[in-house]
Design a protein around this ligand. Structure first.
Ligand SMILES: NC(=O)c1ccc[n+]([C@@H]2O[C@H](COP(=O)([O-])OP(=O)(O)OC[C@H]3O[C@@H](n4cnc5c(N)ncnc54)[C@H](OP(=O)(O)O)[C@@H]3O)[C@@H](O)[C@H]2O)c1
Length: 284
């Protein structure tokens, strides 16, 4: 059953599934399990697939290639260039290698994984070249705080940045201070990575974990589904949970249509406080 809930993906102007699928470390599962999980997710509407040349040194992209074979047009495919490859020539080469591993002729969106020492002008020149060639449909950034976003916008101009992919989970809400508002003002999608905290989901023994369980019981849902509903409560925010477990994939897909009350959102807001804005944008 495909229960896709889509949202407009910033400057790309495309409708993209609000919940997608991450692929970091999927190669730790058996290839059969990883591919089956991605395919189950696509069938259930988790068509926004996030990968990167870094993940398993290209292994994750190869697994994605298997999962999307014959259904390329059903997915919104995102990959990322490493900062160490992000010169003009290096970005073009890295993209071509990603396309080859992914078995496709284009990416729907290509991101700079995080900012390194290469001037942004070089990377964006490569992105624009790749876009003109039809090898990428849109481009964006990852792990950018507002100063970096200002600089990026001043280089590429309005309407060009599709997204900023950033760390966002119940226990790490730093982007709510400035990054989400900046992205809302500038029509840039926010993609929340590690929505379950990577490997640190709130313990069921903690105060927040107990509240998650209570809210989940009210909605016949799981705590993870409640977390996805909370993070996706803002229209510009997409989430990309990673899962190689079929039951988890199905639960993540079902969370797309879960709407929780403003009272429940307020209780979660209180149990997982945003805290002060840190000096540096957190990333993992
Ligand atoms: N741009 C960046 O710098 C950056 C950095 C980190 C991550 N990312 C992207 O974001 C994606 C997601 O983040 P992440 O991989 O760090 O971690 P995550 O999605 O926060 O958490 C993954 C963990 O949650 C479990 N899980 C998934 N669905 C579940 C469910 N419904 N119920 C219970 N457990 C569930 C997974 O186990 P199972 O596999 O067994 O389900 C896995 O242990 C990455 O895969 C990657 O694509 C980007």
């Amino acid at each position: 059953m495909n229960n896709a809930v889509t949202r407009r993906f910033g400057g790309s102007n495309q409708q993209v599934s609000a919940i997608g699928q991450g692929t970091w470390m999927i190669e730790n599962a058996s290839p059969v399990a990883a591919v089956a999980a991605l395919q189950r997710g696509i069938e259930h509407g988790l068509t926004h697939i996030d990968t990167a040349e870094m993940y398993g040194n290209g292994t994750a992209e190869r697994l994605v290639a298997h999962a999307i074979r014959g259904r390329r047009n059903d997915v919104f495919l995102v990959s990322k260039v490493l900062p160490s490859n992000a010169s003009r020539a290096g970005t073009i080469k890295a993209c071509e290698q990603s396309l080859q591993r992914l078995g496709t002729d284009h990416l729907d969106c290509y991101l700079l994984h995080w900012r390194g020492s290469t001037p942004l002008t070089e990377t964006f020149a490569a992105f624009e070249h790749l876009q003109q060639q039809g090898k990428i449909r849109a481009f964006g950034v990852s792990n950018f705080d507002v100063d970096d976003l200002d600089e990026a916008l001043s280089i590429v101009g309005p309407g060009k940045l599709a997204c900023n992919q950033v760390l966002y989970h119940l226990q790490q809400r730093a982007i709510e201070h400035k990054v989400i508002p900046w992205c809302q003002r500038n029509d840039v999608a926010v993609v929340a990575y590690s929505p379950f905290g990577h490997d640190a989901f709130p313990s069921s023994q903690s105060r927040g974990g107990r509240l998650l369980a209570e809210v989940a019981a009210q909605y016949a849902a799981t705590p993870q589904q409640i977390a996805l509903a909370f993070l996706g409560r803002t229209a510009e925010v997409f989430t990309i949970p990673k899962s190689v477990t079929l039951a988890h994939v199905e639960a993540n897909a079902a969370a797309a249509s879960l709407q929780i009350s403003t009272d429940a959102l307020a209780m979660l807001d209180n149990a997982f406080p945003r805290g002060p804005r840190p000096r540096h944008l957190p990333m993992i």
